[in-house]
Structure formats: structure tokens, C-alpha cells
Design a protein around this ligand. Structure first.
Ligand code: NAD
Length: 462
């Protein structure tokens, strides 16, 4: 039985967060800064728009399983350090739990829950036969040696061994992890579950190196998906795809691939920031050179000096100049791509940003109150659950290739990815038109309507 929200109960007791009665029913704390509360509020608001039954709302408002583990790891100097790890399995109504593993010093349970919920919504929007999950380890991978990182990855895998599986819960890379970490996880999984063949065991993770069953095109998939989405959405937002000036926050996997692919399409990436610095180049960065520099030096800081020194003369001033954070946000661009971490665009940044469209490469980079400001300023936000769905989509392709023991060409992967991204973008635009809502809400509406249909036909056990 659906419980409709009354105007009184939906009042905003927490700034920027619409307080749904489900929060009281499930005992959520009134914390406006809490990413999980923000994400659930976004979900519940759209759930009401599509008249999702109350029973589905409360299921989606909390993850199905939350695992928190502690495990010791021997460090290079011989002493043992205790690490904290998480795996949250949000929902598996559509298929096996699916979502990345993050190695980061500031990871918290509520962040992981939030990212897991976003995965459930994302896989549904793209209509993948997968559920949502997320996990990680509280650590700074940059401060670990390769040996220490490998022991952390393997020991964490052992700690969650019985809770993951090739047809049950399939991790992938996220911030601070990569294909190599996935390879260690897959290897540990196979060594510890001796009843499995190598090919079956390797399916326990995606985003693996190609040598052990990774998909061609997976590394760039999220950035590629950002660009595919942009190409599909810009005409609907009355913007041409020509002469674009772009600003990117976070030059990691997602940001650097989105930047490099956009540059190949004729765009200019003029502003970049990461955890080491902020750079501006009015002529547009050489994105390939910037990425190579980052890989070698761990961040963009110093690229301006390095690039000027090594410039071949084809583009003097290649490296641009160091600018302030204020300048980064206020320099006018067409497209702003937040591709670093969640909650990086708050009210202050939302007031400052000078762009025509925001497309979220990162998960949850724009807070709800910042979202409201951008909407008031007439700046459309192409939401994370659509824009960065390319990663999980090609992860799904990898899983299918592993199941069928057949490797797709990169051209086929790219073409299929484009097909999925275009369909997801069109679903979002249709929902925007049908419900008369902004893009984020539209994407949630489409995804939630699909989950609602699945629960309607499956029913709720018993
Ligand atoms: P990454 O670790 O490769 O890159 C993260 C980037 O963010 C780095 O450039 C880092 O310097 C920057 N950064 C970190 N803290 C910062 C700070 N305080 N200020 C400015 N910059 C900062 O991670 P990634 O895989 O590119 O993921 C980025 C975002 O995209 C995350 O939100 C992640 O969940 C999301 N995402 C990633 C994928 C994927 O396939 N990798 C898929 C979907 C979504």
C-alpha cells in the first residue's frame, strides 16, 4: 500500500534535502551533509513522481547487506597494520550486485551506501541485468608500496570471499584501484575457491587486464560514455557540439579520458584541477601530454613548467599557467565536467561556475542545494547515473565476454557502448518531457519505474 507524502511532511526540514516520511519511518538522522541522506532524498523525490509503491521505496532506502571488515596486513617494515574494508550490496532485483571498489583514506560507510544506491539506479537506467553494490578499503594507496597494496587487496578479498562471486557480487575498479588490483582480487578468489575454473573465477571482477579476460575499451569506457552522452544530449539542450571549451575537475581515469576524447572531437580543454593543483590554458591543453605527465608525477602540478620546457614548438605555452580555484570556477567555458569525488560542487562553487552545461563524470559531485542553484541559474546538469554509466556498461560487456569465452573487438565494444548510452540518454529525455522535471530527476524516474515494474512482476517474498 502506497503512503502518499503530504505537503506538511514533505517540507524541507534539512536544507536542500526534501524530508520524506520514509526518513522518519527508517530512523534516518537529520544530517544535511550526509551523502547517503542526500542520495536517498533524490531517489525518494523521483519515486513519488513515478508513484513507486511504498514497499519498494523502503526497500531501496536501505541496502540489502552491509559488510564491514577489519584485517591485518604486514607492512614492508615488518609491523602489522589493521585496515577497515567495506562491501555494500544495495539491491539485486535486476541481477548480481555490481559496483566498484574504492581505496581512499576518507571512505566511510555512508558514502559507500550512497554509491551502492547510485549503482542500483544506474544499472536500471541503462537496463543492464545487474544490481547495485560498492565497496572499498580505508587507505591511501599512494602511500603504500606495490607489495603492501597487493597484500591489502588480497587480504581484503579473503575477508569478503564468501560475499562476492561471479554470479552474485562482481566488484570493479573505482577511485584508487585499477586493473592490476582487480587481477590480484581475481587471482586470490580463484586460489581460495578451488572448485572453480580459471575463466569462471576471473568473472568475479570486471575492469581486469586484457590478459586475464578484461574487455578492450574498458579503461576508457567511462570517459567515452561521458562524451557519447554529451553528443546525444547537447542538441536537446539547444547547444551545438562545435568549438566547445571544457573545464575538467579531476584528471584521473574518467576526467582524462573524457578530456582526451573530447579533444579528438575538436573541443578545447582549457581548465583542469586535481588534488595537486589548478591549471588554465586558453589555447587548450595537449590532453595526451597532460595525462602522461600525471601518470609519471601523480598529478597535474608542475605540468606548466614541464610542458614549456619540453614543448616541441608546435604549441608554445602548452602547459598553461597556474590559476586560483576561484579562477578555475569563474573562467567561462561551455562544458564543466566534475570528475573527481562526490560533494565537490557545493553552493559556493555552484554560484561561481560559468558554464552552459554540467556533465557529471564523478558520482554525486553536485550536492542537492548546489543542484538547486544551478537549476535556478538555468545551467542543466546531466546527472552521474546517466553520464558515467559507460564504465558499468562495458563491465557488463566484459562479464558477457567472459561467460561466452569470446572476445569482442574494440570497435564492437565502442559501438555497443554508444548504443546503450544513446538509449539511456533518450529514456532520460523522454522522462523529462513526460514528468516535466530536470534531467537528474528524469533519469531517476526512468530507472525507478523500471525497478518498480520488476518488483511488480516478481512480487515480494514470501
Ligand atoms: P581516479 O582516482 O582515477 O581520479 C580521481 C581524480 O580526482 C584524480 O585526478 C584526483 O587528483 C582528483 N581528486 C581527488 N581529490 C581531489 C580534490 N580534493 N580536489 C580536486 N581533485 C581531486 O578516479 P576515477 O576512476 O577517475 O573516478 C573519478 C570519479 O568517477 C569517482 O566519483 C568515481 O566514483 C566515478 N566513476 C568512475 C568510474 C570508472 O570507471 N573509473 C565509473 C563511474 C564513475
Amino acid at each position: 500500500m502506497s503512503t502518499a507524502t503530504t505537503p506538511e511532511s514533505s517540507s524541507s526540514r534539512v536544507p536542500g534535502v526534501r524530508w520524506d516520511p520514509v526518513f522518519d519511518e527508517l530512523g534516518f538522522p537529520e544530517d544535511p551533509e550526509n551523502l547517503y541522506t542526500q542520495t536517498v532524498a533524490t531517489m525518494l523525490e523521483s519515486a513519488e513522481t513515478v508513484a513507486l509503491p511504498h514497499r519498494v521505496k523502503i526497500i531501496l532506502a536501505q541496502p540489502k547487506n552491509e559488510f564491514m571488515v577489519h584485517f591485518p596486513v604486514r607492512m614492508d617494515d615488518g609491523h602489522h597494520r589493521l585496515f577497515k574494508g567495506y562491501r555494500v550490496q544495495h539491491n539485486n532485483a535486476l541481477g548480481p550486485y555490481k559496483g566498484g571498489l574504492r581505496f581512499h583514506p576518507n571512505i566511510h560507510l555512508d558514502d559507500v551506501k550512497s554509491l551502492a544506491l547510485m549503482m542500483t539506479i544506474k544499472t536500471s537506467l541503462v537496463r543492464l541485468p545487474l544490481g547495485g553494490g560498492k565497496g572499498g578499503v580505508k587507505c591511501d594507496p599512494r602511500a603504500l608500496s606495490e607489495g603492501e597494496l597487493q597484500r591489502v587487496a588480497r587480504r581484503f578479498t579473503t575477508a569478503i570471499l564468501n560475499d562476492i562471486g561471479p554470479d552474485y557480487d562482481i566488484p570493479a575498479p573505482d577511485v584508487g584501484t585499477n586493473a592490476q588490483v582487480m587481477a590480484w582480487i581475481a587471482d586470490t578468489y580463484q586460489m581460495s575457491t578451488n572448485n572453480r575454473t580459471s575463466t569462471e573465477a576471473m568473472r568475479v571482477v570486471t575492469g581486469k587486464p586484457v590478459e586475464i579476460g578484461g574487455s578492450l575499451g574498458r579503461n576508457k569506457a567511462t570517459g567515452q560514455g561521458v562524451v557519447d552522452t554529451l553528443v546525444e544530449m547537447l542538441p536537446a539542450l539547444d547547444m551545438p557540439m562545435t568549438d566547445l571549451r571544457v573545464s575538467v575537475q579531476g584528471w584521473g581515469n574518467v576526467g582524462s579520458w573524457a578530456g582526451r576524447i573530447l579533444e579528438k572531437k575538436g573541443a578545447k580543454v582549457v581548465s583542469v584541477m586535481d588534488h595537486t593543483g589548478v591549471l588554465h590554458n586558453d589555447h587548450g591543453f595537449d590532453c595526451e601530454a597532460l595525462t602522461e605527465y600525471c601518470m609519471e608525477h601523480g598529478g597535474i602540478a608542475g605540468f606548466e613548467k614541464h610542458a614549456s620546457a619540453s614543448a616541441s614548438g608546435k604549441n608554445p605555452g602548452l602547459g598553461g599557467e597556474v590559476v586560483s580555484l576561484e579562477e578555475f570556477y569563474t573562467n567561462p567555458v561551455d562544458i564543466f565536467i566534475p570528475a573527481a569525488l562526490e560533494q565537490m560542487v557545493k553552493t559556493r562553487e555552484a554560484e561561481m561556475i560559468q558554464c552552459k552545461v554540467v556533465i557529471e563524470g564523478a558520482n554525486g559531485p553536485v550536492t542537492p542545494d548546489a543542484d538547486e542553484i544551478l537549476e535556478r541559474r538555468g545551467i542543466p546538469v546531466i546527472p552521474d547515473i546517466l553520464a558515467n554509466a559507460g564504465g558499468v556498461t562495458v563491465s557488463h560487456f566484459e562479464w558477457v565476454q567472459n561467460k561466452t569465452n569470446h572476445m569482442w573487438t574494440e570497435e564492437f565494444v565502442d559501438a555497443e557502448l554508444n548504443r546503450y548510452m544513446v538509449m539511456a540518454a533518450r529514456r532520460t529525455l523522454l522522462a523529462r518531457q513526460k514528468f516535466g522535471v530536470p534531467l537528474r530527476k528524469a533519469a531517476y524516474c526512468s530507472a525507478l519505474a523500471h525497478i518498480g515494474d520488476v518488483y511488480r512482476v516478481r512480487g515480494i517474498f514470501p
